[in-house]
Design a protein around this ligand. Structure first.
Ligand code: NAP
Length: 204
């Protein structure tokens, strides 16, 4: 593994991964001059016990297909290895240990998660020890989000960056609905992922 110092971790269910995720990751990597972005597909998300999600190995393979042609993107199976619930603070600690990183990392995910952050395990430590990047499409819940970010910064000295990415108009939910309704998903995600979805008859 390369000797990277400044890394981003892109956490998500990726059901399926799409161009919104890829554009966001590349933008953050470039803006913050990160060495590499590691995609970490969720295994068994603690907050989704009531929802049906695609098998974790299929989601992992789709992310692999989507990221393979970018030398600054990589994928980690940290959250796939055990059947226990995965909490971000534990995953980040394990990744830092495996990669030999002592500095903070940049955790990238959807901005909605900032609004729910109090429900995360050890969220205060997580926010103090790392930089949290919440991405949204322009106009998303602006007032509520800005209030929450400034409260977390003031009270916890949290390191939070909000980024607006127009490409996040693409969403996994919309892609799944389109497939269910027999509509096209072309140009919303890499062609290799599209073919993988059809081959494995996903989201029907
Ligand atoms: P989600 O509920 O599937 O997604 C919520 C929203 O965020 C959706 O609009 C989703 O869009 C978007 N989103 C998710 N990941 C994104 C990413 N990397 N970049 C941009 N947008 C993203 O959320 P999730 O995927 O389950 O959770 C996100 C991350 O937070 C995961 O790594 C999860 O493990 C972590 N998490 C941890 C805890 C905890 O430690 N207790 C609790 C909650 C979440 P798309 O559907 O289009 O992706």
């Amino acid at each position: 593994m390369a000797n990277y110092k400044k890394i981003g971790i892109m956490g998500g269910t990726f059901d399926p991964v799409h161009y919104g995720h890829l554009v966001l990751a590349e933008q953050v990597r470039s803006n913050l001059r990160l060495d590499c972005i590691y995609f970490v597909p969720s295994g068994d998300p603690p907050h989704k016990t009531d929802k049906v999600i695609t098998d974790k190995y299929l989601r992992y393979e789709m992310v692999l297909l989507a990221t393979v042609d970018n030398p600054r993107f990589d994928i980690l199976d940290t959250e796939l290895k055990s059947d226990k619930k995965n909490y971000t603070i534990d995953s980040i600690r394990e990744i830092k240990k495996d990669l030999g990183i002592n500095d903070k990392i940049y955790f990238i995910t959807g901005a909605d998660q900032i609004l729910n952050i109090e429900s995360w395990k050890d969220y205060k430590t997580l926010l103090r020890e790392n930089v949290f990047i919440g991405a949204s499409r322009p106009g998303y819940a602006e007032d509520e989000l800005y209030k929450k970010i400034s409260m977390l910064k003031k009270e916890l000295h949290a390191n939070i960056i909000h980024i607006e990415v127009p490409a996040l108009a693409i969403s996994s939910t919309d892609i799944r609905n389109r497939i269910r309704e027999g509509n096209t998903i072309r140009y919303l995600l890499p062609e290799s992922v599209e073919q993988y979805i059809y081959k494995h008859k996903l989201y029907k």
